[in-house]
Write a protein that binds this ligand. Structure first.
Ligand code: UDX
Length: 469
């Protein structure tokens, strides 16, 4: 009798339970499954419920015989809209609830390889002694990762904590960013004191990366090559696999035909019909991702700026975007009028489809990494208004390095919003469109057959296949 064929490699995938993280780790999963790998994907009960209600990715993944979701119960499921709530979840709820589960899965389920969200540093402790290699997947850019990584050096050099309040002062001790990095471009939590828990947690977690077997990043070499070479030097034992932009990679490999929405919110697709009525590159798309919040004053300043810019705008106003917009705090009537003439508001957009639409001429974004990559791939110039964490370095790179738009971080004034929107969509329109077109071409080449991300994904798959349980 023929011996039983060996079982396919079994990968355990564990994202931080937040839209931006779950979204990109689902895309990684969809890229790995066609290679014949078996995958168990850990997901919170709330996210699992939303995925099955709002997306097609749930059924697409479930059609692979080697795939299963493992639902985690008992996690903190409130908003993660502040640094403090993020660290509470990272330090408290997640490790407590998931460590016993991870050990059980790693010891009993013939897991070959564990791909953990790199922000969940405790995954290394959970896997200790099990013999299962841990790969870290970071959902952030290489430039933000490198800024996080350098925080202990900035403390040693005296750059942190800040002495004084001048946020425009240069930071020269992050290699590769000497010429353009200012205090205000460091990750948001660098502005708090050294005793701040998020600050300590994020920098110490990032410093654990060299202890992992490998680092996987959703980026591509033509975008972040110089920064990647610095990361490589400091992680000599790490393999780095840059395999992004993941959503473009899925399309290039024909795994996802159009878009692969992994939204945890219900999309309002009526905005596509509204976009159809507009001239090419005339509309400003506005969205601050799934976590960022605005004060009512900020909302009103943005709103005036958008209406005064006289550009048609499509704006995602999530249910929880603004904390205090109740009946007594209504939107001023002049804004309602301007919005009726030029604006379209939705609670959640099919963002990838929106950015692909020919009517969209620019993106006012918080520069979450997924949004930034989606804009880059479609060649859409950006107006950046970063909210927190990795978004501060991302927006600096958008303006100063990639020349893909303008960064208006730390200001929220109707006149500045109007001025910068006009600058990007009128005054310097051609310049930004040209650099956005160039970068979009490089992004698409990187995920096409023979491109750097394409080759790196093949290498990742081969390396996982070489591992044995
Ligand atoms: C967070 C962080 O902010 C981000 O920087 C980090 O890289 C991942 O986690 P989030 O703030 O939600 O994510 O931003 P982003 O990374 O841009 O992800 C948002 C995702 O939601 C994007 O893929 C975007 O296409 C999608 N989206 C957003 C929609 O589908 N519809 C919308 O209306 C808004």
């Amino acid at each position: 009798m023929d011996p039983k064929p060996p079982s396919p490699p079994h990968v355990l995938i564990f994202p931080c339970p937040a839209q931006g993280h779950v979204n990109s780790m689902l895309k990684l999963t969809e890229l790995l499954l066609p290679a014949g790998l078996h995958i168990t994907f850990l997901i919170s009960a709330k996210d699992h419920d939303r995925l099955s209600r709002f997306t097609t990715v749930h059924s697409r993944l479930s059609s692979y015989p080697g795939f299963r979701f493992h639902v985690i119960h008992g996690l903190y499921e409130g908003p993660i809209d502040t640094d403090e709530k993020l660290s509470l979840m990272l330090i408290d709820s997640l490790p407590k609830v998931t460590t016993p589960l991870l050990r059980m899965l790693l010891l009993d389920s013939q897991v070959t390889c564990f791909i953990a969200d790199g922000i969940l540093g405790f995954s290394l402790d959970a896997a200790a002694g099990t013999g299962v290699p841990v790969m870290f997947f970071r959902t952030i850019s290489a430039c933000a990762f490198w800024a996080y990584f350098c925080i202990p050096d900035l403390i040693n050099s005296g750059d942190l904590p800040f002495q004084g309040t001048n946020l425009d002062e240069r930071i020269v001790n992050v290699k590769g960013m000497e010429g353009f990095l200012r205090r205000r471009d460091l990750p948001s939590f660098c502005r708090s004191g050294l005793s701040n828990t998020t600050f300590q947690e994020v920098s110490s977690i990032t410093r654990r990366t060299p202890d992992a077997h490998a680092l996987i990043l959703n980026t591509f070499e033509d975008l972040e090559g110089p920064i990647l070479s610095h990361i490589q030097k400091h992680c000599p034992n790490n393999n780095i696999y840059t395999i992004g932009p993941l959503h473009a990679h899925l399309k290039a490999r024909s795994i996802s035909k159009s878009t692969s929405s992994n939204s945890l919110f219900q999309e309002d697709r009526t905005c596509i019909g509204w976009l159809d009525q507009h001239a090419p590159k005339s509309v400003l798309y506005v969205s601050f991702g799934s976590i960022a919040t605005l004060t009512r004053d900020q909302l009103i300043e943005f709103w005036h700026g958008l209406v005064n810019s006289e550009k048609p705008f499509l704006w995602v106003i999530r249910e929880d975007l603004v904390s205090s917009l109740d009946d007594e705090n209504k939107v001023p009537s002049e804004l309602e009028k301007g919005t009726k003439e030029r604006g379209y508001l939705v609670g959640w957009a099919p963002q990838e489809d929106v950015l692909t639409h020919s009517a969209v001429g620019a993106f006012l974004t918080h520069n979450g990494w997924n949004s930034t990559l989606e804009s880059i791939v479609e060649g859409v110039p950006m107006v950046s208004w970063p909210f927190f964490a990795d978004q501060q370095p991302n927006s600096r790179f958008v303006e100063a390095v990639w020349k893909l738009g303008l960064d208006m971080k730390d200001t929220c004034d109707r006149r500045i919003v109007e001025k910068i929107v006009k600058e990007v969509m009128e005054v310097r329109k051609e310049e930004f469109e040209e650099s956005a077109r160039r970068m979009a071409k490089l992004a698409k080449e990187s995920v096409s057959s023979g491109g750097s991300s394409y080759r790196n994904l093949d290498r990742l798959i081969e390396d996982i296949k070489m591992m044995t349980a």
